[in-house]
Design a protein around this ligand. Structure first.
Ligand SMILES: NC(=O)c1ccc[n+]([C@@H]2O[C@H](COP(=O)([O-])OP(=O)(O)OC[C@H]3O[C@@H](n4cnc5c(N)ncnc54)[C@H](O)[C@@H]3O)[C@@H](O)[C@H]2O)c1
Length: 359
């Protein structure tokens, strides 16, 4: 097991990564919680149904902590809306959970975003712990304290910064995750390598097969989490450097939305990273050939790489609602070479035109 610490003063916490037993996970969570008055375990309903790891985890928590009860969240993204948040808060109140209670979020990034947001607002804020069950949630969503839900105007437009007290990423949960979702999570691992860890990027390129075996996955996850921790601990509220984690997301979000969310987030990020690298090469910011190398790696991992097929005026227009936009400029992330990222503010009209010709 790898333990990484997120250094944020009195809000610091540990991230435990590995194939953990239910006992180990419960032990880590109980240690971090201290003496809670109750523990509300919010679980993605699909995970509760298909994963053999949920029941033992609940039993192990109940053996150590008071008032452990489970509440099922709607599956995946359908948990990320204000109506679902209200239902969870209502259940917490009716069940008597008070300020001394702790929430545990179990599921993918949607469930962890929901659980964190509920913890940020229930009784004006209570503590929470996370057990990510997808690769994307393990490497990205569960770490860093961004919580929130979607509204009809757009994804993640309502939320709060609220850090968990501990994250236990039991990679055993990935056993029931479809291959497509694993590949989508790998896109974020590639992103971490590209923006801040050249060695991680090189080690992914060196893999022969499409997937990392159980002997290599934990190390790659830990390196990607390390990148996120380094960036977040320097810029918790995304006032500057944290924006480098949005590499591939400007075009990615636009493609994801334009596909009607048929593309998984990581698949859209794969296309977004390739678009950003092509634009970087066209502008002379990115070393020539990096787009082709990355395309080879992403294709090997089973991710979509045909950017040309996805670009259209409608997609480019979607970039206008991107949260990263400041007045008429977009803060765009470029990767000059693996392990390095820079931010450029580009007028939206210029960006659209350049992207179209670079792709
Ligand atoms: N807070 C952050 O910093 C941050 C970062 C990245 C992404 N996100 C958010 O994360 C969400 C995407 O997360 P995701 O990709 O994990 O998807 P998800 O949470 O929507 O889960 C995808 C599907 O996988 C299922 N699932 C989850 N774990 C499973 C398991 N172990 N076995 C079988 N099925 C399982 C879910 O039920 C769901 O149907 C988005 O809402 C995104 O905005 C947040």
């Amino acid at each position: 097991m790898t333990i990484l610490s997120v250094p944020l003063g009195d809000r610091s916490y540990d991230v435990h990564i590995g194939t953990l037993t239910a006992e180990e996970t419960a032990e880590r969570l109980a240690e971090a919680m201290g003496n809670p008055s109750g523990v509300a375990v919010l679980v993605d309903e699909h995970v509760a149904e298909v994963s053999p790891r949920v029941a033992p985890l609940l039993a192990a928590l109940a053996a150590r902590l008071p008032c452990v009860r489970m509440f099922r969240l709607p599956r995946g993204e359908s948990a990320k809306n204000l109506a679902a948040v209200e239902r969870t808060c209502q259940w917490l109140a009716e069940s008597g959970y008070d300020r001394g209670s702790v929430i545990v979020g179990v599921g993918g990034g949607a469930a962890t975003d929901h659980a964190g947001f509920v913890a940020a607002i229930y009784l004006r804020g209570i503590a929470f712990a996370l057990c990510p069950t997808t690769l994307l949630a393990a490497v990205d969503a569960s770490v860093g304290g961004k919580t929130g839900v979607d509204i009809p105007a757009g994804k993640n437009l309502v939320g709060a910064f609220h850090q968990p007290c501990v994250v236990a990423a039991d990679l055993g949960f990935l056993g029931t995750l479809p291959g497509r979702a694993i590949a989508a999570g790998m896109a974020e691992v590639v992103k971490a390598g590209l923006v801040a860890d050249a060695e991680l990027f090189a080690s992914l390129e060196a893999i022969l097969g499409p997937a990392l075996g159980p002997e290599r996955l934990p190390a790659a996850v830990a390196r990607a989490v390390r990148v996120k921790i380094d960036v977040v601990s320097e810029d918790e509220r995304e006032r500057g450097r944290r924006a480098i984690l949005n590499f591939g997301h400007t075009f990615g979000h636009a493609v994801e939305a334009a596909s009607g969310y048929e593309l998984l987030h990581g698949e859209a990020v794969s296309l977004g990273m390739l678009a950003a690298l092509a634009l970087g090469e066209a502008r002379g910011v990115t070393v020539p050939g990096l787009a082709a190398r990355t395309r080879g790696l992403l294709a090997k991992l089973g991710l979509p790489v045909d950017v040309k097929a996805r670009v259209s005026p409608a997609v480019l227009d979607r970039m206008e609602v991107d949260k990263k936009r400041r007045s008429d400029k977009v803060r765009f992330v470029f990767v000059p070479r693996p392990g390095e990222a820079v931010l450029h503010d580009i007028p939206l009209a210029e960006l659209k035109q350049e992207l179209q010709s670079a792709i």
